[in-house]
Write a protein that binds this ligand. Structure first.
Ligand SMILES: [Zn+2]
Length: 158
């Protein structure tokens, strides 16, 4: 069973917008950090950029793995282990927000690496214009859309 909803705190959207503007027309992306709530919703609290050694192209992005791990490990430590790696985000420079075969393969690698703290890693795809975010969860070897994606403050989060 997939997640009930995905909540994205506003600073995550700010981070994504910042990275997308830096990437100009190229694809970019990074890691997502957060937690799974007791009622089966994913809360995304942090998003990283691609990192200094990332390779950005017009139709792909290869993120800097060392940078991503350091980003995740730092927040994991600072939060006392409450916040951890939950998936990735990337930008589609084109209009489509559908997940590509490559997106599915990337999330399969994440799931198989067992570095993800939730059972089904999430993938968020961002489009700048018109601005839209869509979220998917990797399960049953597919990326299934999580239709309820809410951007807003999470009041019970410390
Ligand atoms: Zn994609």
């Amino acid at each position: 069973v997939s997640y009930r909803a995905i909540f994205v705190v506003p600073s995550v959207l700010d981070s994504i917008r910042h990275e997308v503007s830096r990437a100009k027309r190229k694809e970019t992306g990074g890691s997502l950090v957060g937690y799974l709530s007791a009622d089966n919703a994913v809360v995304v609290t942090h998003a990283s950029g691609p990192g200094p050694r990332a390779e950005l192209a017009y139709d792909s992005v290869l993120v800097d793995g060392t940078f991503s791990s350091e980003f995740t490990n730092r927040i994991f430590a600072q939060s006392g282990g409450r916040l951890d790696y939950i998936g990735d985000w990337h930008r589609h420079p084109c209009w489509s927000l559908a997940s590509s075969r490559r997106d599915v393969d990337a999330m399969r690698d994440v799931a198989e690496s067992r570095c993800c703290s939730i059972s089904h890693p999430i993938s968020i795809i961002y489009r700048h214009f018109p601005e839209k975010l869509v979220a998917y969860a990797f399960l049953e070897n597919r990326l299934l859309p999580v239709r309820k994606l809410i951007i807003g403050a999470v009041h019970n989060f410390r």
